[in-house]
Design a protein around this ligand. Structure first.
Ligand code: FES
Length: 235
């Protein structure tokens, strides 16, 4: 495996360091990194937690593509080498660890909660949904915030102000929820939000959970265009 090593402030630029790792048939790329960390070089820094494609923390660039390292097998790459770099588009804190503060701020900016119109109902009030109403937004609720869609997006990599795929898909998760009364027009109808997307579709291709952010963005463009003609139209 060839692994990017970088300590900002100490190193001029990242360098690829080679390690000999056994090619076990059931080893994911993350197992290879753990082998390096445990047996060869304890100073290697990277993030992971669940090891089962749920927590979203182990995203890295594997042979040039954004991948979850716990769900990508070493055998996909033959005898190697397998090149591991941090996710593109994010500042590197150390080695394979990137700074996600901007991403978290973008998620927060879309009001990712159910917005009701000033109602003052008790917390115990239930808002029943039909299976069809759940299905309207269900795919967007599968996002695990792994950042792969941002790293795959050529718009975000060139323009960090772009709101980005996961945040817009998250906004649509709530916009399409029958219990929500917002449309997040003020944060989505912007040049740096849905209108910045050039519909390359790499975000959808990169998503390990089969969320379709490209569809969410194109759909909201239609919503925003209709709203400009019919101001009372919301979704
Ligand atoms: Fe949790 Fe890979 S370690 S998604």
């Amino acid at each position: 495996m060839e692994v990017s090593r970088y300590r900002p402030g100490e190193d001029d630029e990242p360098v690829l360091q080679g390690y000999d790792v056994p090619l076990m048939p059931d080893w994911a790329v993350l197992d290879g990194l753990n082998y390096i960390k445990d047996r060869l070089d304890g100073s290697l820094s990277y993030r992971w937690s669940c090891r089962m494609g749920v927590c979203g923390s182990c995203g890295m660039t594997v042979n040039g593509e954004p991948r979850l390292t716990c769900g990508t097998f070493l055998t996909e790459y033959g005898d190697g080498p397998v090149r591991i770099e941090p996710l593109k588009g994010f500042p590197v804190i150390r080695d394979l660890v990137v700074d996600i503060d901007d991403f978290l701020a973008k998620l927060s900016s879309v009001r990712p909660w159910l917005v009701r119109d000033g109602e003052d109902l008790p917390l115990t009030t239930e808002y029943a949904q039909t299976p069809e109403q759940l299905e309207a937004y269900r795919q967007y609720s599968m996002c695990i915030n792994c950042l792969l869609c941002y790293s795959a997006c050529p718009v975000y990599v060139l323009d960090p102000d772009f709101l980005g795929p996961a945040a817009i898909a998250l906004a649509q998760r709530y916009n399409l929820d029958s219990r929500d009364m917002d449309d997040r027009f003020d944060v989505l109808n912007l040049d740096d939000a849905v209108w910045g997307c050039t519909f390359v579709g790499e975000c959808t291709r990169a998503c390990p959970k089969h969320v379709d952010p490209a569809e969410a963005i194109q759909r909201y463009k239609l919503t925003a265009a209709l709203r400009s003609v019919l101001p009372w139209s919301r979704r």
